[in-house]
Design a protein around this ligand. Structure first.
Ligand code: FMN
Ligand code: ADP
Length: 308
């Protein structure tokens, strides 16, 4: 997949079959659109082109101080899209000025003039232009004039639920990992670096790698204990992960820390990726360190079975 970040340097696409969106999470609904993109491109000997935005439009448009919670950073999105076998990803810098283009100007002066699409494929609820004023009706009205094919993809449903990035974010924030993973079509993951903690883990018999996220905008699932897999140094291990403030030790700040099963290496400063498999329990304040350690033994046993 070629990634284009400079709109002035785009190649000429052969029969561009395009789709447009933020694709946060690259979930099963997005994956279906990408399949349709590939089928349409195969039928016209065209190239598949995804047009996405960075930063995420909500980061530019959301009221000040409202945190964004991304399912995928741009780097992660690129990796996920690459796996889908798409030819081109065009990353459009999303600015306030760009967001203020009228729907017609966006369509004619940006989308059609830049990509000269053979086919445009959009999801059922795609909106564009200032205040989201444009949609399917405007594309249909412009179709004759510009001669592109138009394909609208209906909503995708999993367990009677319409798949959406918002629903997946909500599930993760409620600890509903299995549902989130089914809607995503893969286990939710985070990427980070191993940093120093308070050096208590080793004394408890459970050294825990403390994770600093690569990107602070990444969504952190609900506080609690999770069964995970951990990839570091090119190897994947089972793990028991805690997201919480360590109430037993009267901690305050939120930490993400993982005990890696059957592992004994110093990995400070290393890159670490965690795949969330299932939620085990909520975070608790224990009356004694012994009680916490007993519970952690049980968590680890459960993580071993789940990650098996
Ligand atoms: C699987 C697992 C479950 C945990 N559950 C809790 C918990 O319920 N309550 C709590 O206060 N701390 C919990 N912790 C966090 C421990 O208190 C923490 O690992 C310990 O304080 C060591 O921290 P350090 O690595 O920063 O020294 C958990 C840690 C792990 C790995
Ligand atoms: N099984 C393991 N799981 C997690 N980290 C481990 C493990 N074995 C060794 N380590 C190392 O030990 C560190 C965690 O030890 P810990 O005493 O909890 O210190 P800290 O408070 O700095 O996290 C990790 O960052 C890692 O480098």
């Amino acid at each position: 997949m070629q990634v284009h970040r400079d709109l002035q340097q785009l190649p000429v696409f052969r029969n561009a079959v395009i789709t447009i969106g933020t694709f946060d999470g690259v979930h099963t609904g997005h994956q279906y659109i990408l399949q349709q993109l590939q089928e349409a491109a195969a039928a016209c000997n065209g190239e598949t082109v995804i047009i996405t935005f960075d930063p995420h439009p909500r980061e530019v448009l959301a009221p000040h101080n409202q945190p964004v919670h991304l399912l995928t950073t741009l780097e992660e999105k690129i990796l996920l899209l690459e796996k889908q076998g798409i030819h081109h990803l065009v990353v459009v810098p999303f600015t306030k000025a760009f967001s203020e283009l009228s729907a017609k100007a966006y369509l004619e002066d940006f989308l059609i003039s830049t990509f000269k699409p053979h086919t445009i494929i959009i999801g059922y609820d795609h909106r564009f232009g200032h205040n989201r004023e444009g949609g399917l009706e405007l594309l249909e009205a412009e179709q004759q004039k510009f001669g592109f094919r138009l394909l609208e993809i209906p909503q995708q449903v999993v367990h009677n639920l319409t798949v959406s990035s918002t629903k997946i974010r909500k599930s993760l924030q409620e600890g509903a990992i299995q549902l989130a993973n089914e809607l995503l079509g893969y286990p939710y993951f985070i990427n980070g670096t191993v940093v120093h903690g308070d050096k208590m883990g080793r004394q408890l018999g459970f050294p825990t790698a403390n994770i600093a996220l690569n990107d602070a905008r990444k969504l952190i699932p609900a506080e609690g204990v999770y069964a995970v897999t951990v990839t570091t140094g090119g190897h994947t291990h089972k793990g028991a992960l805690n997201i919480g403030t360590r109430p037993t030790f009267n901690g305050r700040e939120l930490r993400i820390e993982v005990f890696i099963l059957d592992f004994d290496e110093e990995i400070y400063g290393e890159h670490i990726r965690v795949n969330f498999l299932d939620y085990i329990r909520s975070d608790k304040k224990f009356d004694s360190v012994e009680a916490l350690v007993l519970q952690m033994k049980d968590d680890v046993a459960r993580a071993r079975v789940i990650a098996g």
